[in-house]
Write a protein that binds this ligand. Structure first.
Ligand code: NAD
Length: 499
């Protein structure tokens, strides 16, 4: 059986892994490979190689670093079908969606091709007599990234793109559930000309994550995953003196105003709630129709649209979505469906017990719709992360703004309306980090920045765009004086001012 192992700098040897984890084929439900689960010894070896390689990479001028990014982009484009097929086979998302996963990561790499411009410092000539002030952005040294299963292409690229382009060495710890694409991306980075030791991949679970958090030579950690882990990791990393950004879970609401184009909304909701089996942190698992009449009209259109959705294996080009990632995750999603029933919501479409002919052991969950979900229900408060859409009815606009604003998560939100004023008010007032206006999945483009609020993100720097550059660099500011002739230093005991 295939084993996915760590990808360390050439010549690095580590003892054979005492622990392994299963990688499933979610379409068939069988174990298709094993992944080594590393420990502190593996991490120490990776850090030693990173420490040896990083100074020369930091000293490489930014145009040359940017050229590696260009080469990598070309290589990934040439291999995108192979990467997407590998991604689907471990994650379960359909091929076109897997290509989108890679493509959204590549857009961050495209941004990183402009790193000479994006990482420039600032300069003030003549800040005082003979005094110039300038700043430079320097790499933090060694960065680490810990990524979730749901975007095994995009999220590693969110992190290693800006970290490496700015001159750091990077150690990636991908999800143990679908680790093969991250390894393949690291191979392509080497082929693109990245020096040995600048991008290494270590595998593992909590033991490896804790080793990363505690390692004194790792200066910054970027995490994306569930909120409890994000919070734990943020606290432990910061306590160890690192800079940490930790993105967590989500429960995004879609507000449907009475004037919205409901046919379009239903199409948008079908994709945003059920695409990728709902396993997206920017999915829309809660829809909030404003007013009972809107709710009735929306529900009447949603039911047939949901019943028409086609589940299939991830290689089926006609499938709208594929299986969830593991049997454990399927059980968790179905558990939440039962909880929502027990809490008194109306089960309108039941996706449990779905079996795909010829793939009866695959981890499929049919699309599920609930109506009359209320804010007291645990199934509303918590993230389900599956193909389950909950209707929460709001009486008016104020109630609709309050729902996502008061929710513990604040990743994304969308409003559907033809009323520009309502949209503008909503965008300004809602207590959520990323807002879509007639855009169901408002993942910002790579040259803007991605990040939620409240329990959806710990730390104060977002992913990619200039926020990514800032996270992976530290600023040094130089104040210089080149006086003409004799210097009157003034009273050296008074804090210097510019006069
Ligand atoms: P997860 O938290 O289980 O795992 C994420 C990473 O943390 C993995 O690499 C895993 O090995 C590691 N990990 C798991 N448990 C740990 C523990 N106890 N201690 C230390 N490390 C641990 O998340 P997941 O199931 O892989 O991904 C789904 C979650 O990620 C969802 O909650 C989703 O909303 C969230 N997510 C958030 C964003 C965002 O940007 N906000 C994006 C994608 C996914």
């Amino acid at each position: 059986m295939r084993t996915v192992t760590h990808r360390l700098a050439g010549g690095t040897t580590v003892p054979a892994s005492p622990r392994q984890s299963d990688i499933f084929d979610p379409n068939s439900g069988t174990v298709q490979a094993k992944v080594d689960l590393g420990n502190k010894a593996v991490l120490d070896a990776a850090v030693d190689a990173a420490l040896a390689a990083q100074p020369a990479w930091a000293a490489t001028n930014p145009q040359r670093r940017s050229r590696v990014m260009f080469n990598f982009k070309t290589l990934v484009e040439a291999h995108i079908d192979e990467l997407a097929a590998l991604l689907s086979s471990e994650h379960g998302k359909v091929h076109a969606d897997a290509k989108g996963d890679i493509q959204r990561g590549l857009e961050v790499i495209e941004f990183c091709c402009g790193i000479p411009h994006a990482s420039k410092g600032e300069y003030t000539h003549g800040a005082g007599p003979g005094i110039d002030v300038y700043s430079m952005r320097l790499p933090i040294g060694i960065g680490a990234g810990i990524t979730p299963f749901n975007f095994p292409g995009m999220i590693p690229m969110w992190m290693f793109g800006p970290a490496i382009a700015t001159g750091n060495a990077f150690i990636l710890k991908p999800s143990e559930r679908d680790p093969s694409v991250p390894v393949r991306l690291a191979e392509l980075m080497s082929e693109a000309g990245l020096p040995d030791g600048i991008l290494q991949v270590v595998h593992g679970d909590k033991e490896m994550v804790d080793a990363i958090l505690d390692h004194p030579a790792i200066a910054g950690v970027s995490f994306v995953g569930s909120s409890d882990v994000a919070h734990y990791l943020y606290q432990r990393g910061v306590a160890a003196g690192k800079r940490v950004q930790a993105m967590g879970g989500a429960k995004n609401h879609g507000i449907v105003m009475p004037d919205a184009d409901l046919d379009q909304v239903v199409k948008d909701l079908a994709g945003a709630a059920f695409g990728s089996a709902g396993e997206r942190c920017m999915a829309l698992p809660v829809v909030v129709p404003v007013g009972n009449e809107t709710a009735e009209r929306l529900r009447a259109k949603l039911i047939p649209a949901i019943e028409k959705l086609r589940l299939g294996v991830s290689s089926d080009p006609e499938a709208d979505y594929g299986p969830v990632v593991t049997a454990a995750h399927k059980a968790k999603v179905e558990g939440w469906i039962q909880t929502c029933i027990d809490e008194g919501a109306e089960l309108v479409v039941d996706g449990r017990g779905f079996a795909l002919q010829g793939h009866e052991n695959g981890f499929f969950v049919g699309p599920t719709l609930f109506d009359h979900v209320t804010t007291e229900m645990e199934s509303y408060k918590e993230e389900i992360f599956g193909p389950v859409l909950q209707i929460v009815r709001a009486a008016d606009f104020e109630e609709a703004v309050a729902l996502p604003s008061k929710h513990q998560y604040g990743n994304g939100v969308a409003i559907f309306t033809r009323n520009g004023h309502a949209a503008r008010e909503f965008a300004a007032r809602v207590n959520v980090g990323m807002v879509g206006i007639n855009v169901p999945i408002p993942v910002p483009v790579a040259y803007h920045t991605f990040g939620g609020w409240k329990r959806s993100a710990f730390g104060d720097t977002n992913q990619h765009g200039m926020e990514g550059v800032k996270f992976w660099t530290k600023v040094k500011t130089i104040t210089s004086r080149w006086p003409d002739g004799a210097v009157d230093g003034g009273n050296a005991f008074v804090i210097p001012t510019m006069g």
